[in-house]
Design a protein around this ligand. Structure first.
Ligand SMILES: [Zn+2]
Length: 250
């Protein structure tokens, strides 16, 4: 057996026991449960705290003959106006829809934060590129009502192009690394299991032998020389006792 320093022995005593196993498992479950569904661990614990998700609100930008733009909004009035513009002059309307979301991805905690908005615009033949940009920008503002993570800068960008940005979350990287360390500690803490199983499987004779008693009758053999019990005369099987007695104390 390896020789251990006092520090390592103390750490082992602190870690390798059922209480430590329970505490570590509890901590891991609580932490995993708090992670968003977009992470691998969070998805296993089906956390409800998901900020991700896609949505596809549709909008139609209709340009009235005077160049004024109407856009479908959740209210009936704008729907009527947009539908009318589309029916009267499809060549002057832009049909828009978007798919997007903001989500963190990672194995344990999110390590990346991705912001994605793809606006698809189908423009009629008479709509200028400037008109498409206006329609996109206006439509982006209606998206912001739903997606509160869109910044004013994002809205300005969306007038011209789609957004897909991913940044690294260093806090999440540290969190994931810490979680991996705790998982390793949890696995290590299970060291008491094989020793306990071995002990539970011991026959009464072996258990008596380990306690320094005669395996056959239970007579205390402490301090006695020889391998024969003076009480019942049974030969003591030391190999059994020493092999299981070599395990660590719990
Ligand atoms: Zn005996």
């Amino acid at each position: 057996m390896l020789e251990r320093s006092p520090g390592a022995r103390m750490l082992r005593r602190l870690l390798v026991n059922p209480v430590a196993t329970l505490v570590l498992a509890f901590g891991l479950v609580i932490d995993a449960e708090s992670q968003p569904r977009s992470t691998l661990v969070g998805s296993m614990f089906s956390s409800p705290k998901c900020r991700c998700g896609m949505a596809q609100p549709t909008g139609v930008a209709g340009f009235a003959p005077d160049g004024e733009m109407v856009l479908m909004r959740p209210d009936e009035e704008s729907w009527d106006a947009a539908t009318r513009a589309m029916a009267e002059a499809p060549e002057r309307t832009v049909t828009l829809w978007a798919i997007g979301g903001r989500y963190g991805e990672g194995l344990w905690a999110p390590v990346t934060d991705t912001k994605s908005v793809q606006i698809h615009a189908e423009a009629g033949s008479e709509v200028s590129s400037e008109g498409v940009a206006r329609a996109r920008a206006e439509y982006a503002r209606t998206l912001a009502e739903r997606w509160d993570w869109l910044t004013p800068a994002d809205l300005a960008t969306l007038g011209a192009r789609n957004i897909r940005e991913t940044r690294v979350l260093w806090g999440g990287v540290a969190h994931s690394a810490a979680a991996c360390a705790v998982v390793a500690a949890f696995v290590w803490s299970l060291g008491w299991v094989p020793a306990t199983v071995r002990r539970l499987k011991e026959t009464p004779a072996v258990r008596r032998r380990r306690a320094g008693l005669c395996g056959a009758c239970g007579y205390n053999l402490t301090g006695l020389a020889g391998s024969r019990c003076p009480e019942c005369g049974a030969e003591q099987d030391y190999s059994v006792a020493s092999s299981s007695g070599g395990g660590s104390e719990v």
